[in-house]
Design a protein around this ligand. Structure first.
Ligand SMILES: NC(=O)c1ccc[n+]([C@@H]2O[C@H](COP(=O)([O-])OP(=O)(O)OC[C@H]3O[C@@H](n4cnc5c(N)ncnc54)[C@H](O)[C@@H]3O)[C@@H](O)[C@H]2O)c1
Length: 259
C-alpha cells in the first residue's frame, strides 16, 4: 500500500519535492500541498491542518520560524515529519520535547546541502573528538542575518575571503538562522550542538555556497566538501537540499537502501 504525502511550503525546495512526487516515486501518493501563496504547480492546495489529517508523511519546506507550529501539529497527530529546516531544532528546543512526548510521531532530517553524515553517525559509535563545519557564501548571501546586523558588518566592504563568525552550533543558529541548517544537521548526526564548531566565511569570489566538514575520532578522520550552486528561485537555498528530501523518501520506501 502506498504512503500518502503532503508538502508544506512550495518554494524553492518544496517545488523540487512536489515535482518529483508528481513524476512518481514508488511507494508514495502525493495528496496535496499547503502554502500561504498559491503555488504555480497544478496540485490540490489544502489548509495545513487538513493536509496533516489527510496524509501519513508531511514534508516541511518552510521558513524556520514557521516550523514549531507545524511540528507540534504533526507530532500531536502521531505522523511523520521530514524536516529540512533543521536549524529550528536549535532555535526552538521545545520541538525536541514534543518529539519525546509523541507516541507515534517522528522527525526525519535529510542530509540537506552537505555530505558525509553517514560516516559521521558511524564514527559517533566509537566516539567523536572534534567536529567542525566551515560554510562559505558570497557576502550578499549573509545579508540581513542577525549577527551581521547587530555587529554592523559591512558585507560590501569585504574584498577577500573572510571569517565573519566562529562559535558552536547553538550560537550559529541564533546568529545565522537561515544559513546554518547544515550546522544543525551535522550536530545532530555527530557531536551535538555544544560540541560542533561552526565557521561562517564570506567570499566575494564564491559562485555559490560551499560546506566543508572535518570530524575526527579514534578510528577515522572524515573530511568532506560540497560546492552548491544557489537555487535560481531562492539564492539562499541549494537545490541539493531539495534532492536530499526526494532521496530520503526513496530510501524510506525501499526494502534495500543504502543510508
Ligand atoms: N537542511 C539544509 O541543508 C537546507 C538547505 C537549504 C535550505 N534549507 C531550509 O529549507 C527551508 C525551505 O527553503 P526554501 O528555499 O524552499 O524557502 P522558500 O522561501 O523558497 O519557500 C518557503 C515557502 O514557504 C511558504 N510559507 C511561508 N509561511 C508559510 C506558512 N505559514 N504555511 C505554509 N507555507 C508557508 C512560502 O510562501 C514559500 O513558498 C528554509 O527554512 C531553509 O532555511 C535547509
Amino acid at each position: 500500500m502506498k504512503q500518502t504525502v503532503g508538502v508544506v511550503g512550495v518554494g524553492a525546495l518544496g517545488s523540487i519535492v512536489v515535482k518529483a512526487l508528481m513524476n512518481g516515486i514508488d511507494g508514495y501518493e502525493l495528496v496535496g500541498v499547503s502554502d500561504v501563496q498559491k503555488p504555480a504547480l497544478d496540485i490540490p492546495l489544502l489548509s495545513t491542518n487538513d493536509l496533516i489529517d489527510a496524509v501519513d508523511i508531511i514534508v516541511e519546506c518552510l521558513p524556520p520560524r514557521e516550523v514549531p507550529a507545524l511540528a507540534k501539529a504533526v507530532l500531536d497527530k502521531g505522523k511523520t515529519l521530514i524536516l529540512i529546516s533543521s536549524s529550528a531544532l536549535l532555535l526552538y528546543p521545545e520541538i525536541e520535547e514534543w518529539i519525546s512526548a509523541s507516541k507515534m510521531g517522528r522527525v526525519i532530517v535529510p542530509s540537506g546541502a552537505i555530505s558525509g553524515l553517514d560516516a559521521v553517525s558511524a564514527l559517533k559509535e566509537s566516539g567523536i573528538e572534534s567536529a567542525k563545519i566551515m560554510t562559505t557564501k558570497p557576502p550578499k548571501g549573509l545579508a540581513g542575518a542577525p549577527y551581521v546586523v547587530e555587529n554592523n558588518i559591512n558585507l560590501d566592504g569585504i574584498t577577500e575571503k573572510t571569517c565573519v563568525f566562529s562559535g558552536n552550533a547553538y550560537d550559529a543558529a541564533k546568529a545565522f538562522p537561515a544559513n546554518v541548517n547544515v550546522a544543525a544537521t551535522l550536530s545532530y548526526a555527530g557531536a551535538g550542538p555544544n560540541n560542533t564548531q561552526v565557521e561562517v566565511w564570506a567570499d566575494p569570489d564564491a559562485k555559490g555556497n560551499s560546506h566543508e566538514i572535518e570530524v575526527t575520532g579514534g578510528s577515522s578522520t572524515i573530511t568532506t566538501r560540497v560546492d552548491n550552486l544557489p537555487d535560481p528561485s531562492n539564492p539562499k537555498s541549494s537545490m541539493l537540499a531539495g534532492y536530499s528530501i526526494v532521496a530520503t523518501l526513496r530510501k524510506l520506501s525501499k526494502n534495500l537502501s543504502v543510508i
